[in-house]
Design a protein around this ligand. Structure first.
Ligand SMILES: NC(=O)c1ccc[n+]([C@@H]2O[C@H](COP(=O)([O-])OP(=O)(O)OC[C@H]3O[C@@H](n4cnc5c(N)ncnc54)[C@H](OP(=O)(O)O)[C@@H]3O)[C@@H](O)[C@H]2O)c1
Length: 283
């Protein structure tokens, strides 16, 4: 199938393009980089490209992902995450093309004691989560053939992410302070990319949660990354969220249960710990 990818030069988008290339025709798009130029915030450009390429599926990875940046620039966040998704949903609907929109654990407020299912009610704490939720709603209301895939704590051996930041910081520091009272599921971008590609051609539209299995705090994640890299001499110190002030309040619990995939027998996500050797080897 001909699959158009937005945000194709980003962390997840580049993995999606790689996962597609053996079995599908990929049309990578982004603002910059070696791909078809597309600013999703411009409706005219989105409609022109979709009607010219006539994709059979769109995997929508483009977003403003700087969580604190969204808090500082809410107009920009809504223009990209909400209006951009709205433009794509309308353009896809106009040619009856399915769209898979990637969304986030930050649509939840983190107050639930157990993992969140796809049927729990979102209540974002900040602009990033709220703008992504507005994007989810645009896609689900405007394009009948849609998948929303919520994920969390993405990491890869490339692009800016927590795992690489920890390894970089460990190059110059012997002690790292890391928040220990926020719990989530680290997710290897390559595994999510493979899940997104598995949706191509599926008639099972709707909202999904996909993460690697298991959960931990950022502190535990940092410890595991350093252990996997053999940097055991670095001391990781647990701290409370209030001792790491940021413009955005983050959910304390953002573990996502894969409720939709359980009855399908398709919940094959590997534990996050078992992705770390592959991550380190790929550096
Ligand atoms: N990273 C995480 O931990 C995480 C967690 C949960 C969900 N998600 C979701 O997963 C998806 C992929 O995230 P990611 O971490 O791969 O993000 P990323 O690396 O920041 O990639 C996003 C890409 O979208 C591009 N983009 C930004 N504005 C655009 C616009 N107006 N038109 C077209 N492209 C635009 C970016 O270009 P520039 O770099 O030039 O801005 C970038 O190449 C996003 O939907 C994100 O919300 C991410």
């Amino acid at each position: 199938m001909r699959v158009l990818v937005t945000g194709a030069c980003g962390m997840l988008g580049s993995e999606v393009c790689r996962a597609l290339e053996n079995s599908h025709t990929v049309v990578p798009t982004d603002m910059v980089g070696e791909c078809e130029r597309l600013n999703i915030a411009q409706a005219g450009s989105v409609f022109d490209l979709i009607s010219r390429v006539r994709p059979q599926m769109v995997i929508h990875c483009a977003a403003m992902t700087d969580v604190d940046g969204c808090e500082r620039e809410p107009d920009m966040a809504y223009k990209i995450n909400a209006v951009g998704s709205w433009n794509l949903a309308c353009a896809c609907a106009s040619i009856n093309c399915p769209i898979a929109g990637v969304s986030t654990d930050y649509v939840f407020d983190g107050e639930k004691e157990e993992p969140y299912t796809e049927f729990d009610t979102p209540n974002p704490l900040g602009v990033y989560g709220a703008s992504k939720l507005a994007g989810e709603l645009a896609i689900s209301q405007l394009c009948r053939k849609h998948y929303i895939v919520r994920t969390s704590w993405l990491f890869a051996p490339h692009h800016k992410n927590f795992a690489l930041s920890i390894l970089n910081a460990a190059e110059t520091r012997s002690e790292l302070k890391v928040v220990s009272d926020q719990v989530g599921s680290p997710t290897y971008a390559k595994d999510l990319a493979e899940f997104l590609v598995s949706l191509v051609g599926s008639p099972l539209f709707g909202t999904y949660h996909f993460t690697n299995s298991g959960s931990c705090s950022w502190f535990e994640f940092a410890q595991a990354i350093l252990n996997a890299a053999g940097k055991t001499e670095v001391n990781v110190v647990p701290i409370a969220s209030e001792d790491w002030p940021t413009p955005t309040k983050r959910p304390k619990n953002s573990v996502l249960r894969h409720y939709k995939m359980e009855p399908l027998g398709q919940d094959n996500a590997r534990p996050w710990q078992s992705t770390l050797d592959e991550f380190i080897a790929a550096l």
